[in-house]
Design a protein around this ligand. Structure first.
Ligand code: BG6
Length: 321
């Protein structure tokens, strides 16, 4: 892990193994952040990330039955869905989440308007095996950044490096499993009245009704053309996740609820009560890159105390943080 200004401030980057997934534990340097325990874990298998607060509590959900062993992605944290979100010609959510990524020690310049941030760069490129199922050369650079307040930012840069002159097309999502205290006490702000594709109804298009998105049964929706800021209010804990995104017009909201939870071998029967996936995504309008072109998509997560007024959560205050 390095800071944007200098690598000499590296405080901790430890590699350990949990089964066969290499895991890096990155902790912010004390001089950059007071609570030095805020941090994230990165799994090179899938380029997957988990995220903790200053009390070492997981802010992202990790399944109680998660399997830390290939070939499947770890059920939790943030997984990368590329080059396909959902079902299609490739395995569900694409192959990037089932590949070993490398640390990129020499990334090309990365324009950023902020300093004093700790980051690590991962890279994924075409393998011989993947060329058979998706015949395109690409460079996928994933920068994982921890902001001074402990915010977690993921920036993906995907470049078409085909030498045969061919374009390629992909869909994408940051499959983000948020840890929530009690799903029945969670409310999402920023998606109400929007159109969505319902994954439970063959992606039929609907318009969200009502002024609050709450949860009392299975949900699997792709909200379209969403705002760049979405708030997820954990009423029980009086804490709000604020998700900001850029280059990713859609947002997926998923919870399998009890029956599907029981059917998933790597998901605890009651885990659905403590998880909500809200995923910055690009699904409805796939991205096409010509050779030499690059696409960028960013998701940033922060945690703030929820505003609480007369028994009602105030979405405007949560969103203005
Ligand atoms: C969500 C999708 O992103 O991921 C759901 O919207 C899917 O349709 C879920 O069921 C989990 O997918 P997987 O492949 O990780 O079990």
């Amino acid at each position: 892990m390095r800071t944007a200004s200098t690598s000499s401030t590296v405080r901790a980057l430890m590699a350990s193994t949990r089964s066969s997934c290499v895991r890096f534990v990155a902790v912010l340097p004390r001089q950059i952040i007071n609570a030095s325990l805020i941090g994230y874990d990165i799994y090179l298998y899938g380029g997957q990330v988990t995220w903790k607060n200053e009390h070492r509590e997981e802010l992202l959900f990790v399944s109680s039955k998660a399997i830390f062993k290939p070939p499947k992605a770890i059920r939790g944290g943030i997984t990368i869905c590329f080059p396909q979100f959902g079902s299609g010609a490739l395995d569900r959510h694409g192959f990037a989440r089932n590949r070993f990524w490398s640390i990129d020690n020499d990334p090309p310049p990365f324009p950023t308007n902020t300093t004093n941030k700790a980051f690590i760069d991962l890279i994924l490129k075409q393998s011989e095996e993947d060329a058979k199922i998706w015949p395109h050369r690409y460079e996928f650079r994933l920068r994982i950044t921890l902001g001074p307040g402990g915010d977690l930012m993921l920036t993906s840069r995907i470049r078409n490096t085909n030498t045969d002159g061919k374009s390629f097309t992909f869909t994408f999502a940051y499959h983000t499993h948020l840890y929530v205290t009690d799903i029945s006490e969670v409310r999402v702000e920023g998606l109400e009245t929007l159109d969505y594709l319902d994954n439970l109804k063959d992606r039929e298009r609907f318009t969200e009704q009502g002024d609050a998105i709450t949860f009392e049964s299975e949900v699997d929706k792709i909200y379209l053309s969403t705002p760049t800021k979405i708030a997820i209010l954990d009423h029980e804990r009086k804490r709000t996740f604020v998700l900001r995104k850029d280059g990713l017009p859609d947002a997926v909201v998923w919870n399998p609820w009890d029956k599907k939870a029981k059917a998933m071998p790597d998901f605890g029967d009651d885990d659905y009560m403590h998880m909500l996936c809200v995923e910055a995504a690009c699904v409805e309008k796939p991205i096409t890159l010509k050779p030499g072109e690059e696409w960028k998509g960013r998701q940033e997560l922060s945690v703030v105390p929820s505003s609480y007024c007369s028994g009602q959560l105030d979405p405007r205050r949560a969103l203005s943080v």
